[in-house]
Design a protein around this ligand. Structure first.
Ligand SMILES: Nc1nc2c(ncn2[C@@H]2O[C@H](COP(=O)(O)OP(=O)(O)OP(=O)(O)O)[C@@H](O)[C@H]2O)c(=O)[nH]1
Ligand SMILES: [Mg+2]
Length: 451
């Protein structure tokens, strides 16, 4: 499936004033010719594959040097995409990189790469399987060490091997069934019970993988944790303590926080977005009302809600009312703050008692939080299917469940093959053994430019 056009893009992150070097990557039939025409290499350096050349990127007139660069040529098929690839290592930042890219794009047959297009070519040319391509994207996107570990497990082929092996087992059963459909008389009778047991064993393994993947999701995409409560209970103080910096303004005036405030932290390897919210109360202040509306949105969209209560003031009717506003099904923790002060008259039904002021109880909060959102259980997860892979594994498991009904109704063998084929197809979409346009689109559209 050779591509006719050559694609180019910046392969490294671009930020002004940052990055000593940046890499521009080209892939396709015109990659080497473009490199030769854009980069002038002094002396008699040879254009050999997998060797580094030194030179300058020259503008179209041949007069002006745009940047001083190193060039790496990797001829097909020994490259990431399996095509001729040229990497131009230029200086970092923004301007030099853009100028070199623009210069490259002036050459005939070269165009900007679409998101994920390098990886897509690598998959189409058999250099990379689908799950490993996804793992690369997940590794780049990882926001914690444990998320990176899970991505590496995928990159090492963990997902590919597991799913391929399950698909093979289904293919074996399909072969048996199809033989019976065609030559029932000539073959020994098929043991329907054993067949069914084999299919259900695969189904159980798929369901376990889906469950592991869901637990791993917390590690991958992180959690949104909203701090809500009455004004002045210490939500902003708690956010600052967990973030280890003075992110939010803290005062003794109720109604200090007016807007949603986010802080990114990592707790025991789990990326967490903390949301500080405006204290919820009835108020005539228009700005505060808007802030409170945002608090309520945060309440609804969070993965976990920390209801912060002033333990010194004690449990109030307003706290109880707030508790009722947390949508059913959203995991919650009641945190009694200000434990450095004597407890109030009405005892707070708190899961954790702490002091945002002196930090006591913080460790208990972290443990309770990870427990509540299931991230603590993700400890033992070694392999985590992503959302796309989980959806397909789920489809396969459903198809296998249907085969149980077919068996119960004693339908002929060819009825069994329908569900079995469906399951095999879904697993093939995970691994890329069944590669369609739609599958490619779904996977690579979520990649970013340069991958
Ligand atoms: N003694 C004590 N005081 C605390 C503690 N946490 C917060 N405070 C004090 O309580 C007051 C309110 O704290 P904030 O963090 O601004 O409270 P908030 O919930 O964000 O308030 P709003 O933004 O108005 O909703 C400040 O004077 C804090 O210093 C604590 O653990 N112990
Ligand atoms: Mg506040």
């Amino acid at each position: 499936m050779a591509s006719t056009d050559t694609i180019a893009s910046v392969a490294t992150a671009v930020a002004a004033g940052q990055g000593g070097i940046a890499v521009i990557r080209l892939s396709g039939p015109a990659a080497e010719a473009t490199g030769r025409s854009v980069v002038r290499c002094p002396g008699n350096q040879t254009w050999a594959s997998h060797r580094i050349l030194y030179g300058h990127v020259i503008d179209r007139t041949g007069q002006k040097r745009i940047d001083e660069v190193l060039l790496l040529l990797m001829r097909a098929p020994r490259s990431f995409t399996g095509e001729d690839v040229v990497e131009i290592h230029c200086h970092g930042g923004v301007i030099a990189v853009q100028q070199v890219l623009e210069r490259v794009l002036e050459e005939p047959g070269v165009r900007r790469a679409l998101p994920g297009e390098f990886s897509q070519r690598a998959v189409l040319n058999g250099r990379l399987d689908l799950t490993r391509a996804e793992a690369i994207s997940e590794l780049v996107a990882a926001r914690s060490r444990r998320a990176a570990d899970l991505a590496m497990a995928g990159l090492d082929g963990g997902v590919q091997t597991r799913i391929s092996a399950l698909r093979e087992r289904l293919l074996d059963q399909l072969t048996e069934l199809e033989a019976r459909v065609d030559f029932e008389e000539d073959l020994p009778p098929l043991d329907g019970k054993a067949l069914l047991a084999a299919l259900q064993a695969v189904r159980q393994e798929l369901l376990a993988l889906v469950a592991d993947g869901e637990r791993g999701e917390a590690l991958r995409s992180g959690l949104r944790v909203a701090l809500v409560g009455r004004p002045n209970v210490g939500k902003s103080s708690l956010l600052n303590r967990l973030s280890r910096r003075e992110r939010a303004i803290v005062t003794d005036l109720p109604g200090t926080t007016r807007d949603l405030l986010e802080s990114e932290i990592v707790l025991e390897g789990v990326p967490i977005t903390l949301l500080d919210t405006a204290g919820i109360r009835s108020t005539k202040d228009a700005v505060e009302q808007l802030g409170i509306a945002r608090s309520e949105e945060a309440l609804a969209s969070a993965d976990v809600v920390l209801l912060v209560v002033d333990g010194h003031a004690g449990w109030t009717a307003d706290d109880a009312a707030l508790m009722d506003r947390i949508p059913a099904g959203v995991p919650r923790l009641v945190v009694a703050n200000k434990s450095d002060l004597p407890a109030g008259l009405f005892a707070t039904p708190a899961d954790v008692r702490l002091s945002a002021l002196d930090g006591s109880g913080e460790e208990a909060l972290v443990q309770a939080l990870l427990q509540r959102c299931g991230a603590a259980d993700a400890d033992g997860v070694l392999l985590a299917l992503n959302q796309r892979q989980r959806d397909l594994a789920g489809l396969a498991a459903e198809a296998l469940a249907r085969s149980q009904e077919v068996a119960a109704q004693h339908l002929p063998w060819d009825f069994w093959t329908i569900d079995l084929r469906e399951a095999i197809r879904a697993l093939g979409e995970i691994t890329g053994e069944e590669l369609t346009e739609a599958v490619l689109d779904r996977v690579f559209s979520r990649f970013c430019i340069g991958k």
